[in-house]
Structures are given as C-alpha cells and as structure tokens.
Design a protein around this ligand. Structure first.
Ligand SMILES: [Ca+2]
Ligand SMILES: [Ca+2]
Ligand SMILES: [Ca+2]
Ligand SMILES: [Ca+2]
Length: 467
C-alpha cells in the first residue's frame, strides 16, 4: 500500500530564453513556483497498472478538438500584462523542459483553454457545482458563499443570477441530484458550519426542492443537525435514482487541534425518511474530500473519502456498507498523514486515483494499481494549502488531466498532464490569485469538449473553455 517511500518527482526550472518549438532544454535544479512565469515540468515514470475498463459515468464522450490554438493576442488566456509579455510567455510555453525522458508532444494543454469570468465580487465564494437547473440541457452553476445569506445559481449561457434560498448562514457545501425524476435537481445543503463548537453553528443539514419556477425561491426543509458537518453527497447506492445523502463532518465533535485525534463518523440518510444512520465510526482525525463514482462499472454508485487515515472506498452491498482502505495516503507522522481530497479518473484503460495529501496539503499524488496494490507517486510536492482537484481528459488523448488549486503561495490553478511516456507536466491554468476553493469539470457550452469551472477566495467565478 503506501508504506513505501514516495516516488519523488524531479523538476526543471523554466529557463526564460526563447527556443524554437520542439527544442528541449535539459536539466536544471528544482525551482518550482519560482519567479519564472512559465510552467514547471515534472517528470516521473509511472508503472503500468493492470487493465481496467472503468470510466467514471459523469464523463461525457469527448472528441479530439481541432488544433486551432492561434489566439489573436498570441498570449495565454487570462494572462495579464503587455503584448510583449504575452509574446514572451507564448514563446516560453513553446519550450518544453524535460528531465529524463523528453516530452514535447502533450504539454501546452492550457493553450486550449480560454478563460471567461462569469462573476466577481463574490465575497466568501466557496463552491460551484455544475448541474442543469432548468431542464434546457445546459449545465448551470449552483454557487455557494460561506458568508452570503443567499444560495444562488447562475443560468447558462447568460449567467443571470437566481436566488433560491435566503436567510442562510455559514453555508459550507452542497450537492444536487434529481431524486424524483422531474428533471430538476433536489439540493442537499450543509450550513451553520464552523470548526468551533457553538450553538450558533449547529451543523444544519437541509434539503431544498424547487417550486413552480426553479429560478424562484425553493422550499427548504431541515432534516438534521450535526456540528462540523462539512461535506455532503448524494450517492445512488442502488443505482435506482433514489440516492442516499451522505454527510462527512470535518472532525469529531470533541476533536481539538492540531491533532484532532478522535473518531469521525460518517452519516447517511435515506430519501424521504431522513433518519440519521451511521455509516461508520472508524474514521479518525480530519476528513475532507469525498468523490462519488460508479466504481464497479454498474449503475450503483460508491464513494471514496479522504481523511487522516487515508483513502477509503465505501460501497453499499446487499444492504450493508462495505469499507476498504485503498491507501493510507501520506505516510508522514500524525497529523500530517493521510489524504485531503481524492478524484478518480482514467489513464487509457487504467483507473487513475489522484489525491491531495495530507490535509490541505502540499502534494499531488497519483496512484496506479500494480500487482494488487496502489503504488503511490508524488508528482508535485511544492504546493501550499491545496484545496481542490478535478480530472478530465481535456485534450482527448484518453488520459485524464488533473486540475488542482492552491489557496496558499501563488494561489493559482494548476493543470497536470501525463504523456504516453509517463511524464507528468505542470502548467498554470489560472495565474491570477484566484485562491481556488473548488474547481469542477463539465462541458459547459455543450460542444463535446470538457471545460473547467473554478471559484475561490478572490471572489470570482470563472470558466475555462476547451477549444
Ligand atoms: Ca440549464
Ligand atoms: Ca427533481
Ligand atoms: Ca488527456
Ligand atoms: Ca465545452
């Protein structure tokens, strides 16, 4: 599992000298995140894992885009600065820095991505969730602010803002799924959140249902209160369109930092009954991300959760929750152990697990299953307070890219691409100080190409159009 020492990435700094396209520059010392404005190339070799035909179900079919990359400015979408700077950056993006095996073919995925700003000034911006809210087949954007009293969605493509609930406090997370088959999702919301124990922050769990007009106020029903409830997910455990609601507190109620070393329960609720059920009491420490996926390739959904204990697969089989810890994550000493967020993607026919480690951690880790165990490989350990990750095959080569965002340091959004030789390359998807809290992947303009949408502490909501 993860007991072995992590495979460290090697780095090369970008040398700011114009090179002709296709020309490689070798070697150099690690200087990730330095003042060099271009990308850092991270080179590792991954083991080939056994074949698995799994592919997560929310993925849309995707075709290889045309290679029309020539932007009028000659620059990078969203890159501020003078024309000269843009030209310089464009030239630098044509320079592939390599360590070990040369890799020039698959980088520059960010050149496909055109940045668009949907909204700014969103104080407390925390979560964006793409989902069609009005049955027009265009994904809209549910949006949640930690400090705003209004729960809203932005309507695609005009991005008109609609308020569906008011008078809320300390919202922290939501999920949405159409549980009654009318084409408009129901929303599960965790609010009244704080890391502190206080009657002011009881950890409300509520279900919202639309009325006649999904753009008008929705009805809201509180189903439970559990302090420190922090992540919430619909999970269609039976594959019948009647998902349970799973709630993951960030720590145990009695936990005290920095160790937080008490059990953390996971709860779930059957739709309609809304009686609190305990899924497990075996988690411990700090718990963060949860990723829903059709792990077995059937209609049944499972979810993976990340915590101080690692990454655990949760499946509901024959009326019982079955839990299997896939990896212990970062093998570092408590409390800097385990994982913070987890995503499941695909590398060709193989399953890709990728994680942020440890809690709000500095590392992007990929796992490939080899000979029955998940091999841990750190592809970047230069980050600070990494808070979100997502996967999608943006360039249509059958291998998912990883999108990750940091709230510390440069506060940027990064994109990691693996080429066929196993080399991971890091590019900057958003070089503003977005301080991303959540990024998601979705085909927002319904053109068959998966796009990226992010929000964060800077109060902006942006999408990155795949062209
Ligand atoms: Ca829509
Ligand atoms: Ca519905
Ligand atoms: Ca790809
Ligand atoms: Ca698209």
């Amino acid at each position: 599992m993860s007991g072995r020492a992590p495979a460290k990435a090697s780095y090369s700094p970008l040398v700011p000298e114009p090179k002709s396209e296709g020309q490689a520059t070798l070697g150099g010392t690690r200087d990730a995140g330095s003042s060099a404005p271009g990308r850092t190339v991270i080179s590792i070799t991954m083991s080939k894992s056994p074949a698995s035909s799994h592919r997560i179900h929310r993925r849309h079919e995707q075709s290889l885009a045309s290679a029309s990359r020539n932007q009028e400015s000659g620059g990078i979408p969203g890159v501020p600065g003078t024309g000269l700077m843009r030209v310089g950056l464009a030239v630098m993006l044509c320079v592939a820095m390599v360590t070990g095996t040369a890799s020039l073919a698959t980088a520059q995925v960010t050149e496909r991505m055109a940045e668009h700003t949907i909204a700014t000034g969103l104080d407390g911006a925390y979560q964006v969730l793409p989902i069609d809210m009005n049955r027009d087949q265009r994904p809209d954007l549910l949006f949640l602010s930690r400090t705003d009293a209004e729960l809203v969605w932005f309507e695609n493509p005009t991005w008109q803002r609609h308020v569906i609930a008011t008078g809320l406090s300390s919202m922290v997370y939501l999920d949405a799924a159409d549980t009654d088959g009318d084409g408009i999702p129901e929303v599960a919301l965790a609010h009244g959140f704080s890391n502190q124990l206080s009657e002011e922050f009881p950890g409300n769990i509520s279900i919202l249902t639309h009325q006649e007009d999904p753009a008008a106020l929705w009805s809201i029903r509180e189903i439970d209160r559990m302090p420190r409830s922090h992540r919430i997910r619909f999970v269609d455990t039976e594959g019948n369109g009647k998902p349970v609601v799973v709630v993951l507190p960030i720590t145990g109620v009695e936990a005290v930092g920095p160790d937080f070393r008490t059990p953390v329960p996971i709860f779930y609720y059957h739709p309609g009954e809304w009686t609190r059920m305990t899924l497990t009491e075996a988690e411990e420490g700090q718990m963060h991300g949860a990723f829903v996926t059709r792990w077995d390739g059937s209609q049944r959904e499972a979810f993976l959760n990340a915590s101080s204990l690692g990454i655990t697969l949760n499946r509901y089989i024959n009326g019982k929750w079955m839990r299997e810890t896939l990896t212990k994550g970062d093998p570092g000493p408590w409390p800097r152990s385990g994982a913070s967020d987890i995503v499941v993607g695909a590398l060709g026919q193989d399953r890709l697990l990728s994680a942020i480690e440890p809690f709000h951690g500095n590392q992007i880790v990929v796992y490939a299953r080899t000979e029955g165990t998940w091999q841990r490989q750190v592809i970047d350990d230069s980050l600070e307070n990494t808070h979100t990750m997502a996967v999608a095959d943006l360039d249509g080569d059958g291998h998912d890219e990883i999108i990750a965002g940091v709230r510390g340091g440069s506060k940027q959004v990064f994109l990691y691409t693996r080429d066929t030789s196993g080399t991971w390359t890091r590019e900057i998807l958003d070089r503003s100080e977005l301080s991303p809290t959540v990024c998601e992947t979705v085909d927002l303009n319904v053109d068959g190409l998966i796009d990226v949408v992010c929000t964060g502490d800077a109060g902006s909501l942006k999408w990155y159009e795949n062209r």
